[in-house]
Design a protein around this ligand. Structure first.
Ligand code: CP3
Length: 354
């Protein structure tokens, strides 16, 4: 395997010194890029794009060809696990994900199969292997999965949700059943991420997109605890290098201190939390990744540059910061605006590392 040319991202996640702040963008391969839309049309559907390793590799590399980014992220989705569990996933154009066979009863939980990621999710591992080969060591590759709680919301609701009525009714009315589902997803997710690491993922991120919808006690019991179990079960070193783990609870600013105690190496921070207070809350135990409001990219380049400067200043000097958006890039952002953000991080961040 080719040696890693640019390891700034991995170094920053481990709070080691770097000459500038590394960056990548959540959802960097996606609909805001015309070349992504072209490959998706060739593939026929979003799931075909995910399940065809050559196409998944092509779109993974597209943002790297345009921008000076310090990491690639596997092109896939957090819903590959419910798909592999046989819940009947479909993505209808403009409507988001739909699961035909949601998990609603104790018998539905009993029926969930145990996954072998190199079998049911082999297409993901093949994509990881293909991407690593095509990257040729330019930048590290991030593997990912959804948190058990976040994936469970889709499994139970049957799609995206606003009020989480069904799963919260289970959480408060039949908590032991929800725990059984979460334990099953935790095992599957740990095995899945370890398989990605064995296939070549050099860092992994857990997306807890809906953790912020929980009350504090429920967050600890139904989301945080299972992410800590995942951290404890992951391969932490591969090919002589540490494999950093990033946890990201959207809306989880008030729990950063508790997240820092899970054993993760780094925490994602959304744009509703000030990075300076996030840094104080974690007290040097973990690195931080974030947190430009993704809507800043609707503004003209000069305004984007000013907002990038504020994020860098808010983290302040020293190692342990990976610049990112506070959530995924919006599909209707002009690609040149993302470029303005990347350029600003390259130009303005060295001042924080002297
Ligand atoms: O970051 C990247 O470039 C890697 C790819 C990636 C996708 N999904 C591709 C995708 C990643 C990391 C995800 C994670 C994901 N998927 C999350 C967690 C991250 C977050 O944004 O909070 C969630 C909640 C999902 C579930 C999901 N996937 C939904 C709700 C939808 C439909 C709504 C939407 O945003 O379109 C998807 C589809 C999806 N996943 C798309 C992409 C590029 C759009 C599909 C298309 O091409 O039409």
């Amino acid at each position: 395997m080719a040696p890693l040319e640019n390891d700034l991202f991995l170094r920053a996640l481990l709070r080691q010194p770097t000459p500038r702040t590394p960056l990548w963008m959540m959802r960097q391969a996606g609909r805001y890029l015309p070349e992504y839309r072209a490959t998706r049309a060739k593939a026929g559907s979003f799931m075909q794009l995910c399940m065809t390793p050559d196409y998944a590799c092509e779109v993974t590399l597209q943002p790297l060809a345009r921008y000076r980014l310090d990491a690639a992220i596997l092109f896939s989705d957090i819903l590959t696990i419910p798909h592999a569990l046989g819940l009947g996933l479909e993505f209808e154009a403009g409507e988001g994900p739909k699961l035909d066979r949601p998990v609603r009863t104790p018998a539905d939980i009993d029926r969930l199969p145990t996954l072998d990621p190199e079998r049911e999710l082999r297409y993901v591992m093949d994509a990881v292997r293909t991407i690593r080969r095509e990257l040729g060591g330019r930048v590290p590759l991030i593997g990912f999965a959804g948190s058990p709680w976040t994936v469970a919301t889709y499994c139970v609701e049957g799609g995206s949700s606003k009020a989480f009525a069904r799963i919260k009714s289970m959480l408060y009315g039949a908590p032991q059943e929800l725990h059984r589902l979460l334990a099953h997803l935790t095992r599957a997710t740990t095995d899945y991420l370890n398989a990605q690491i064995r296939a070549g993922a050099q860092a992994v991120m857990v997306f807890d997109t809906w953790g912020g919808a929980l009350a504090p006690a429920a967050y600890r019991e139904f989301s945080l605890r299972y992410m800590a179990d995942i951290c404890a079960g992951l391969i932490r070193e591969q090919d002589g290098r540490q494999v950093p783990v990033i946890l990201f609870t959207k809306g989880g600013g008030q729990w950063l201190g508790e997240l820092a105690a899970t054993g993760a190496d780094a925490l994602g921070v959304d744009w509703t939390t000030d990075l300076a207070s996030a840094r104080a809350a974690v007290g040097g135990r973990v690195a931080l990744q974030g947190n430009l409001d993704p809507s800043v990219l609707y503004a003209p380049p000069a305004a984007i540059r000013a907002e990038v400067a504020k994020v860098l200043a808010s983290y302040g000097t020293g190692p342990g910061h990976v610049f990112n958006l506070g959530h995924g890039i919006h599909p209707d952002v002009p690609p040149e605006h993302a470029g303005a953000m990347v350029d600003a991080v390259h130009e303005l961040s060295p001042a924080y590392h002297r």
